[in-house]
Ligand binder design. Structure first.
Ligand code: ATP
Ligand code: PRP
Length: 216
């Protein structure tokens, strides 16, 4: 592999298509293989890149360890994971927000030992600590909306996008916490050793991000 090759950690799932579209709009020749392959490493020599396709929550881990030079990660993941990486650009894609939700009958006054379920235990504990409220956090890996319905926790902290999941499960939003978009992140050592390529990538992405925002 060429020394100048940039390894990009891409999140599989929701963010993926929007991130690929941004790269293509920034004139990176991303191979069509990307759109249908089950391969987890995809070489794109014409773009001077190699892509690794990771679980969204793991992207900052690959970048922190330097096995990827750069990556794309949700702000939610950045707050939860607290990895030692530079967050250099807001890509303004995959927008959603983090919220506290509960059943409409939820009454904070009648809560004896407050329990909050979330896929984001660190973000949740930091939030409630800042609010000066002591809560027990119950870590779940998905289907968070189940927790209040089944009586596992009084409140949940989860991502809201269309609000359909909350509505379909009869939950209501109590508080909007943080706006979320995806970020372009960089390994601190790579930022020094591959500065020309990474600066170029940031500039090209920033340009298409701004065009996208202007078009809206
Ligand atoms: N409605 C949404 N629900 C969850 N994440 C969203 C939503 N909209 C945008 N996002 C962004 O997408 C990222 C999650 O993507 P995705 O749901 O594909 O992965 P995941 O939650 O790790 O999924 P899984 O654990 O099911 O593989 C979040 O980190 C967030 O930044
Ligand atoms: O506001 P909405 O547009 O309904 O989106 C929000 C829902 O989407 C995510 O769940 P996901 O689909 O990733 O499933 P999960 O329960 O496995 O996390 C998130 O955890 C919410 O449940």
């Amino acid at each position: 592999m060429s020394e100048d090759m940039i390894t990009v950690a891409m999140p599989k799932g929701r963010i993926f298509n929007e991130a690929v579209e941004l790269l293509r709009r920034a004139n990176y020749p991303i191979p069509p293989e990307f759109d249908e392959s089950r391969k987890l490493i995809i070489e794109a020599p014409e773009a001077g890149m190699r892509f690794i396709l990771a679980k969204p929550m793991d992207v900052p881990t690959y970048v922190e360890h330097g096995v990827a030079d750069v990556g794309v990660a949700g702000k939610d993941v950045m707050i939860e994971e607290k990895r030692d990486v530079y967050e250099v650009l807001d890509l303004k894609i995959s927008a959603c927000y983090m919220a506290v939700a509960a059943l409409p009958s939820y009454d904070p006054k009648s809560e004896v030992a407050p329990k909050v379920a979330s896929k984001y235990p660190n973000l949740t504990s930091e939030y409630f600590r800042e609010q000066g409220e002591q809560v027990e956090i119950i870590k779940l890996n998905g289907s968070i909306e189940l927790a209040p319905i089944i009586g596992l926790a009084d409140r949940i902290v989860d991502i809201v996008s269309t609000g359909q999941t909350l509505k379909a499960n009869g939950l209501v939003e109590i508080e909007e916490m943080i706006a979320i978009t995806s970020r372009f992140i960089v390994n601190p050592v790579s930022y020094r050793t591959k500065s020309a390529q990474i600066d170029d990538m940031v500039d090209r992405l920033a340009e298409v991000v701004d065009q996208g925002v202007e078009a809206k």
